[in-house]
Ligand binder design. Structure first.
Ligand code: 3PG
Ligand code: MG
Length: 416
């Protein structure tokens, strides 16, 4: 693979980079940031160094991203015209131009484009004739039909807009889409700075994890996580479970789960996995409306002790129903135990990351002595003294850690 980090001013000056990022960020997170309530979304924070790297070396940058699933998330029965404008306003990338412009302290031009040949060539000219360091942000690629089909013609046309391509979007690299895969056939393609770091950190836990290695798996569906569980069953010392994942294991042992979420179809597989003796289940639970909604205090204590002993930790999926404050404790206590631990830790998944960040904020705010102040400072940079890495990937991280090949990464390997 070729790495952007290996390029210098000599290679980059006056060139135009098509930079694939992942601005698939919820409106609530975006508004939270704009109103000063939450930090800059991680997926934006991570690509700023890449953009600066490029413009500092005299390149122009054309930012490509998708946002949401505009085709499936809009109800099919709404009238075509209103559906279209609804889709545009819910999934537009327009607000990102203003935010980026502030962060980068230079103009970022938002471009709502279509693929009509004459318009497209005009756009190409405009980009080509802009001064070095110019930044453009194209509208949501999923508004166009070719993106999700990995359409070659669409990718080829996109490729006309630049001289080289950089993938800095680990979190969408599990999708064989035009701006992730097909485009690499038409331009020299590079691994971006954030993607390089992401792969390095994930490879560290994949290839040579220090033992004890502890996996923490929660969230609703075990079917999403099964690949990771299987891939680490031998390597890991144990797998701590919570959420719907633990419930499925309970059901597999014929224990009563009442109204709790679990996956019936996964029961045979869950039974198999239990034979390994490495799956650790909650020993008490918090219950609401007849359902298990969080791990209980004894489990928190037990899990914390195991976390304390770990040298490497991988965490994906909350321990309970964190949408309700009453059932957040299992997840926030797990986060706190991880902050205090010295283990090299990789955390991923949107909900887990959000819960982790909220817990660390609270933790840092409540603790003001010097050592903890250092933790706070380090956490701002998403780093603890002993490395802690928050992955931008949800699905992508699960697939990568399951040992699957990600189409976007494979494409970079193959690109000429
Ligand atoms: C994600 O958040 O999982 C990525 O941005 C990919 O989006 P998708 O799951 O809609 O393909
Ligand atoms: Mg996803």
């Amino acid at each position: 693979m070729k790495y952007l980090s290996s390029l210098s001013k000599k290679n980059l000056a006056k060139q135009t980079c098509l930079l694939r990022v992942d601005f698939n960020i919820e409106n609530t997170d975006l508004h939270g940031y704009e109103h000063g309530l939450t930090r800059l979304p991680l997926r934006m924070e991570r690509v700023l160094p890449t953009i600066n790297f490029l413009i500092d070396r005299g390149a122009r940058v054309v930012i490509l991203s998708h946002r949401g699933r505009p085709k499936t998330q809009i109800s099919a029965d709404s009238q075509r015209k209103s559906a279209l404008s609804q889709r545009r306003s819910a999934f537009t990338l327009k607000p990102f131009a203003k935010i980026l412009s502030k962060l980068l302290k230079r103009p970022v031009q938002f471009i709502d484009f279509n693929l009509r040949k004459s318009d497209f060539l005009k756009l190409r000219n405009k980009i080509e004739n802009s001064p070095p360091g110019s930044i453009f942000l194209l509208e949501n690629l999923r508004f166009l039909p070719g993106e999700e089909k990995n359409d070659k013609k669409f990718a080829q046309r996109l490729a006309l807009l630049g001289n080289f391509y950089v993938n800095d979007a680990f979190s969408v690299s599990h999708r064989a889409h035009a701006s992730v895969v097909a485009i690499t056939q038409f331009l020299p393609s590079y691994v971006g700075l954030a993607l390089e770091n992401e792969l390095k950190k994930l490879n560290q836990v994949m290839k040579s994890p220090k033992k004890p290695l502890i996996i923490i798996i929660g969230g609703v569906k075990i079917s999403d996580k099964i690949g990771v569980i299987k891939n680490f069953l031998k390597k890991a010392n144990c797998i701590l479970t919570g959420g719907g994942v633990a419930n499925t294991f309970f059901a597999a042992q014929k224990l009563p789960v009442g109204q709790s979420l679990y996956e019936e179809t996964m029961i045979p597989l869950a039974r198999q996995l239990l034979k390994s003796k490495k799956i650790i289940l909650p020993i008490d639970s918090m219950v609401g409306k007849g359902a298990i909604l969080d791990i209980g205090p004894k489990t928190i204590k037990k899990y914390n002790n195991i976390i304390k002993s770990a040298a490497t930790i991988i965490w994906n999926g909350p321990m309970g129903y964190i949408e309700d404050k009453k059932f957040r404790k299992g997840t926030s206590e797990t986060a706190k135990a991880i902050i205090k631990s010295r283990a090299f830790t990789v955390i991923g998944g949107g909900e887990t990351t959000a819960a982790f960040q909220a817990a660390t904020r609270n933790y840092a705010d409540q603790n003001t002595d010097k050592r903890r102040y250092n933790i706070r400072v380090n956490l701002r940079r998403n780093q603890r003294k002993s490395a802690l890495f928050v992955s931008t990937g949800g699905g992508a991280m699960l697939e990568y850690l399951a040992g699957k090949k990600l189409p976007g990464i494979e494409a970079l390997k193959l690109s000429a």
